[in-house]
Design a protein around this ligand. Structure first.
Ligand code: ZN
Ligand code: ZN
Length: 414
C-alpha cells in the first residue's frame, strides 16, 4: 500500500438541473463558464450519482448523510432532530425532537381551533416567545425550544423512556381544532402526554405575552400557541472519525448541514459573516476558511449553497452566475489538490429551476487525484459526466471510492 492521502468532498448544493430553453437547452452547469471544474473533470474520472437511489428526491440532510457514507434509510429518523440541530440546538442520541409552528388559535367550546398556522407570517418577537417556553420540565423530561426562521421553531425533549411514534398536533389545516398527540405503548404515550402538556402551556403563556399584546394592538394575529409536527428520535450514529479512521472537518454554509456535521462529530469550521448561505455569499472566504485548517485534518467537507437557492427561486441566470463564482473561487483549491489530495466534486441533489425544489435526477460528479483512471470527459456537466469512467453510482458509494484511492480501504478476503 502506498502513502495515505487526504480526502476532500466539495458539494455545490443543488447544482444538478435539467435542460432549460432560455439557456439554449443547456443546464445551468453546462451553460456556465467553469474552466476549473472542466480541468478537474478532464484530468479526473467522472460519473453521475443517484444520491439516495434512482428516482428518489433527496433532502440536503439525507444527501449529506449518504455522501458521508451513512445509509439514510438506517440513520434518518425524522426531520425533527435535524431541524433542531440546524438552529444550533444541542441534540443528543435518544432525544425526541419536533418541528414547531408559531400559530394562531381561538378557544371554541373548550377546543383550540386553528385560525392561522403561521400566525400572520410572524417574523419578529419569536425569540422572546421561544425564550418564554424554553427549558421547562414536564413528566420528568426537560424541554428546550428555539426559534428558527419566520414562524418556525424546534423542540427538543430529553428524558428517559420516550417514544417517537406520536401523531402531530398541527392539523395542517385551518378552521379545525388542533389534534391531540397520541401514541400506542408506554413510551409513545409518555411522549404524547408531554407534547400535549407543552402545547397547553405554550397557549397559557403566549396568550398573556407582551409580544402578542403588541401584535393585537397593531392589528396582527397573535402567535398564541406552538403546534408540533414531524416528531423524530435523534439517532445513535457512529461518529465519522470512529467509522473511517479519518480526522474530519466541515466548512458548510447552512444550519441544517452544520447540524449534520456536528452530529457526525466532524469539526465545524467557523466562517466569516460574508459567507451567508445566500446567492451573495463570499465563496472565496468559504474556501479560504476551509483550506486554512486543512493541514490539521484527513478529511474536509465543503458545501456551497448558492446554486440550490437559485434553483428554488427558478432563476437559471442566477444559478449560472453562482456556479461561475464558485468556479472562480476554486482556484486555491485546485492548487491544493494538485499536491496529491483526493477530491470528489459534485452536487448533493438536483434542484431544477423548472421544479423549484429538489428532484430525483442524478447529479454530475468528478473524482480527482493520484491514480484515478481518467476518462474522455473534458467538460463538467450533467450529460458529459454520464459518459464518465465511474459510470453511475449511489451517493453512499462516493466515500468508499475516495477511501480506496487514498489507500485507506481494507481488503475483503485474503
Ligand atoms: Zn442540498
Ligand atoms: Zn434546497
Amino acid at each position: 500500500m502506498g502513502e495515505k492521502t487526504k480526502i476532500m468532498i466539495i458539494i455545490c448544493d443543488g447544482m444538478g438541473d435539467r435542460p432549460i430553453a432560455e439557456l439554449g437547452n443547456r443546464t445551468p452547469l453546462e451553460a456556465a463558464e467553469t474552466p476549473r471544474m472542466d480541468m478537474l473533470a478532464l484530468r479526473g474520472e467522472t460519473c453521475i450519482v443517484d444520491i439516495i437511489a434512482p428516482g428518489v428526491r433527496p433532502g440536503s440532510d439525507t444527501a449529506h448523510l449518504a455522501l458521508c457514507g451513512y445509509d439514510p434509510y438506517e440513520y434518518y429518523t425524522g426531520r425533527g432532530p435535524f431541524e433542531a440541530l440546524g438552529v444550533g440546538m444541542d441534540v443528543r442520541p435518544g432525544d425526541v425532537a419536533l418541528r414547531l409552528n408559531f400559530s394562531t388559535v381561538e378557544e371554541r367550546d373548550g377546543a383550540l381551533v386553528v385560525l392561522d398556522r403561521r400566525a400572520g407570517r410572524i417574523t419578529e418577537g419569536t425569540d422572546e416567545l421561544a425564550a418564554a417556553v424554553d427549558d421547562m420540565e414536564i413528566e420528568g423530561a426537560r424541554l428546550y425550544v428555539k426559534e428558527s426562521t419566520a414562524h418556525r421553531a424546534a423542540l427538543v425533549i430529553r428524558g428517559v423512556g420516550l417514544g417517537h411514534e406520536v401523531r402531530d398536533v398541527d392539523p395542517h389545516e385551518v378552521g379545525v381544532p388542533i389534534w391531540k398527540a397520541e401514541g400506542v405503548g408506554e413510551a409513545n404515550e409518555k411522549t404524547a402526554k408531554i407534547i400535549n402538556e407543552f402545547v397547553k402551556r405554550s397557549y397559557e403563556i403566549f396568550k398573556e405575552h407582551p409580544v402578542n399584546a403588541t401584535r393585537v394592538e397593531d392589528g396582527e394575529r397573535p402567535a398564541n400557541v406552538l403546534l408540533p409536527r414531524g416528531v423524530g428520535l435523534a439517532p445513535h450514529i457512529p461518529p465519522f472519525g470512529e467509522r473511517y479512521g479519518l480526522k474530519g472537518a466541515a466548512a458548510v454554509e447552512v444550519g441544517l448541514i452544520r447540524g449534520i456535521a456536528k452530529y457526525l462529530e466532524l469539526d465545524v469550521i467557523e466562517l466569516p459573516p460574508s459567507v451567508t448561505g445566500g446567492l451573495d455569499s463570499d465563496f472565496d472566504a468559504l474556501f479560504a476558511a476551509a483550506l486554512s485548517v486543512f493541514d490539521g485534518y484527513d478529511f474536509l467537507l465543503i458545501n456551497a449553497k448558492g446554486p440550490d437557492v437559485a434553483g428554488h427561486d427558478d432563476d437559471p441566470v442566477a444559478k449560472v452566475e453562482a456556479i461561475e463564482r464558485i468556479d472562480v473561487a476554486l482556484e486555491p483549491v485546485v492548487e491544493k489538490v494538485a499536491t496529491g489530495v483526493h477530491l470528489a466534486l459534485l452536487a448533493d441533489h438536483s434542484t431544477p429551476c423548472v421544479v423549484g425544489d429538489h428532484s430525483g435526477d442524478p447529479v454530475p460528479c468528478l473524482f480527482y487525484g493520484p491514480g484515478v483512471r481518467t476518462d474522455d470527459t473534458a467538460t463538467f456537466g450533467e450529460r458529459t459526466c454520464a459518459y464518465g469512467g465511474a459510470g453511475r453510482i449511489r451517493g453512499q458509494d462516493a466515500l468508499p471510492i475516495l477511501l480506496q484511492l487514498s489507500e485507506r480501504a481494507e481488503k475483503l478476503g485474503a
